[in-house]
Design a protein around this ligand. Structure first.
Ligand code: HSE
Length: 453
């Protein structure tokens, strides 16, 4: 065995100069050099040689297109590879992979479809675009027989797409539960650990830079919806219609419920959940109280985690940084290298990679069953609890425990916290409506879904 001092890429292998000659050059173009684009540029500058040694691929950035010329100077990008015009990238015959890092769903869609029609292989991080237009994009990808990488669209740097598609190909996946939005996870962690209000915690999350440009997408649950739409369609191999996903954000989560949940052994999380049922799939995003026993409860701050339930592997969890320039760039460069390896080897195009073999029905959220946490603000008088319990019972909701919280001040109404056994979503909606109509109950009741296990 010969080792090459100072060259860790070759340790343990005979020195072979022909290896250098075997390196395959693949030219790429980048559309959009914002936060993620800058991360990709930095990563390739830093690790290009090592990637070459590990994969045999020499990734060369031939062109970068962005309208904001000041980004070039800021990131020290040579003027020779910078252009304000995306068409310079798309129509360049030498460029084989277009790294599409433009946000939104309008211009980015047009450019992506145009690049595909020019037979460019694509890598993207744009989750909103894929969630909304995935079916159209995959059709175009298969038609033009190009490769498509979207690892960075879900879970930042966590290699979840490759894991589902390749490593778990021998499994039937039955359930996906993810904490896939770093901003909301940060906000809920901050509120719980530091007794901050929602607004205070959101402000800090924005300052730290992992919130979307429009933080509404984060707090309303839509960013998580984009991600679970992508994940569930891959996990269940079926088109998933984003408009049929139930979405509830964290705006309505009160400090009081976080404190009560903590006492009861739960942690608040915004969960994105997709389940396979006998007759379809059910996909939803909502705040949940997660039992402290569940590993997802330990996923704090801006971290992401995805738990998969599959028939042969069983339960598995994938954890890491779900946002930010560096983790996202890590996923993008993984995809670039993967695609470069495919297109430089003599393998036949595999359209199964980008097609769905079934079209499962998407079930109505009203049919979903889970445990619930309710908080009612009720008059502290004899008979009120039995009235509320009666309405729950009439609607098939079985109570697991009841706690009347004492308040420090003398209020007429007191918080009544009820945990239930599993109940049907539609039943709880009806029950809460009736309870909220009682003259002894003040304001709108709080209902949070509970996840144990
Ligand atoms: N705003 C997203 C998040 C960024 O907070 O997770 C990555 O998609």
């Amino acid at each position: 065995m010969v080792t090459t001092p100072g060259d860790p890429g070759c340790v343990g292998f005979p020195e072979d100069s022909s290896k250098e000659n075997a390196m395959k050059n693949v030219k790429i173009g980048i559309l959009g050099i914002g936060t993620v684009g800058a991360g990709v540029y930095e990563l390739l500058e830093k690790h290009k040689k090592v990637i070459g040694k590990k994969s045999g691929i020499d990734i060369e950035i031939k062109k970068i297109a962005d309208k904001a010329a000041e980004r070039r100077k800021l990131l020290n990008i040579p003027a020779s590879i910078f252009t304000p015009d995306a068409d310079d990238v798309i129509s360049d015959p030498d460029i084989r992979i277009v790294v599409q890092l433009i946000g939104g769903t309008t211009v980015s869609r047009e450019l992506m479809l145009k690049a595909i029609s020019h037979k460019k292989n694509i890598v993207t991080a744009n989750k909103a675009l894929l969630a909304e237009h995935g079916v159209e994009i995959f059709k175009a990808v298969v038609k033009e027989e190009v490769e498509f990488g979207y690892e960075a669209s879900v879970g930042g740097g966590i290699p979840i797409i490759k894991t589902i598609r390749e490593s778990l190909v021998g499994n039937q996946i039955d359930k996906v539960i993810g904490i896939v939005n770093g901003t909301t996870n940060f906000i809920l962690t901050k509120m719980m650990r530091e007794d901050l209000s929602f607004d205070e915690a959101l402000k800090i999350a924005q300052e730290l830079g992992f919130a979307e440009a429009d933080p509404y997408l984060d707090v309303s649950g839509w960013d998580a919806c984009h991600k679970i739409t992508i994940l569930s369609s891959l996990a269940f191999n079926t088109p998933v219609d984003m408009s049929k996903v139930f979405v509830e954000g964290i705006e309505g989560i009160h400090m009081k419920d976080i404190q009560y949940a903590d006492e009861l052994g739960f942690v608040p999380k915004l969960l994105a959940i997709a389940e396979r049922h006998d007759n379809g799939v059910l996909v939803r995003v909502h705040p949940s109280l997660v039992s402290k026993e569940n590993p997802l409860a330990a996923v704090s701050w801006e971290d992401n985690a995805i738990m998969l339930y599959s028939d042969f592997l069983g339960k598995s969890m994938y954890y890491g940084k779900g946002a930010g320039a560096k983790p996202t760039a890590s996923a993008v460069v993984g995809d670039i290298t993967d695609i470069a390896l495919k297109i430089t080897s003599k393998t036949e195009y595999n359209k199964n990679r980008y097609s769905f073999y079934q079209d499962l029905q998407q079930k109505d959220f009203e049919t979903s069953r889970t445990k619930f946490y309710f908080r009612f603000s009720a008059l502290d008088r004899p008979g009120i609890l039995s009235k509320i319990a009666g309405i729950l019972g009439k609607n098939n909701i079985s109570i697991a425990s009841v706690i009347q919280k004492e308040t420090e001040e003398e209020f007429e109404h007191v918080p009544l916290v009820i945990l239930t056994h599993e109940a049907l979503e539609a039943d709880t909606r009806r029950a809460v409506k009736e309870i909220d109509g009682l003259s002894e109950v003040e304001g709108k009741s709080i209902k949070i879904r509970v996840i144990e296990g």
